[in-house]
Ligand binder design. Structure first.
Ligand code: ADP
Ligand code: ADP
Length: 229
């Protein structure tokens, strides 16, 4: 998919007579190959926006189209197939399975999927790509935070997605380790042509992106060209 486009995207939560508007009427489109930062204070709707774009969540109102096809009109299993083909997700807390080795964690997205390549070879290849060729058999608890995030990145790209969505991928890491993770995302963007959308609290990191989207109170405040277009 070469383009993701959302129109009037709104997400609210209702309960106990209260209504929280997490995202309000957001209109955006992203082209494959772009490298975009989403920045804004805690609670401004960044995670919500990313989850909606990646079909992990459904909007209350509005539409999301992948190459002009409205994704949410499709069946659950079609959406799941689409997500598998197109999207890799990375989270702040890594979300690795603690009882599986690095290699096994990377293999999990391919479990029960038909793919036109050798799964084990592919998993080894992506672990090499993130610089962890010697950590295949390590458990997450035996790895540093930066290494765990690298395993999570390998897992996010093992199925060759066109888009990499990262929710505060450096939020749990010290500045230097975070910068190295940022460099890796940049490399994947340049080498694989993945569209990268990453959420960050760090203005310095955001400023290095090609495009910077600023959120506040669920509203998109600005959509600007960054430092390295
Ligand atoms: P950010 O990622 O910028 O910190 P979020 O997208 O996580 O912001 O949240 C935006 C708003 O929506 C916040 O006020 C948050 O508390 C609220 N919110 C997010 N998820 C839920 C949920 N599952 N139930 C109720 N409110 C939620
Ligand atoms: P972030 O690090 O992006 O700010 P949070 O810690 O705010 O994330 O939220 C983590 C998870 O909790 C998210 O999946 C979000 O949807 C959910 N969440 C956030 N706020 C609420 C809320 N008020 N009620 C229920 N779930 C929430």
């Amino acid at each position: 998919v070469n383009m993701i486009e959302c129109k009037n995207l709104t997400r609210f939560y209702e309960g106990d007579g209260t209504k929280t508007i997490a995202l309000r009427d957001v209109n955006l489109s992203f082209m494959k190959g772009e490298f975009t930062a989403i920045i804004g204070p805690s609670g401004s709707g960044k995670s919500t926006l990313l989850s909606l774009l990646g079909t992990l969540d459904k909007p209350s109102e509005g539409t999301i189209a992948y190459d002009n096809e409205e994704i949410l009109k499709k069946s659950k299993s079609k959406i799941a197939d689409f997500r598998f083909q197109e999207i890799g997700f990375i989270f702040q807390q890594f979300h690795l399975l603690p009882t599986l080795t690095a290699l096994e964690n990377v293999l999990t997205p391919l479990f029960s999927r038909k793919v036109p390549y050798n799964k084990l070879e592919r998993a080894i290849e992506v672990l090499e790509q993130v610089g962890l060729q010697d950590k295949e058999n390590s458990l997450p608890s035996q790895l540093s935070g930066g290494q765990q995030q690298r395993v999570a990145i390998a897992r996010a790209i093992v199925h060759k997605p066109s888009w990499l969505l990262a929710d505060e991928p450096t939020g749990n890491l010290d500045t230097e380790t975070g910068e190295r993770i940022y460099d890796l995302l940049r490399e994947l963007n340049e080498q694989e042509g993945c569209g990268v959308l990453f959420v960050t609290h760090d203005p310095a990191l955001a400023a290095k992106a090609n495009r910077i989207i600023t959120m506040k109170d669920g509203i998109m405040l600005s959509d600007k060209v960054g430092a390295t277009p």
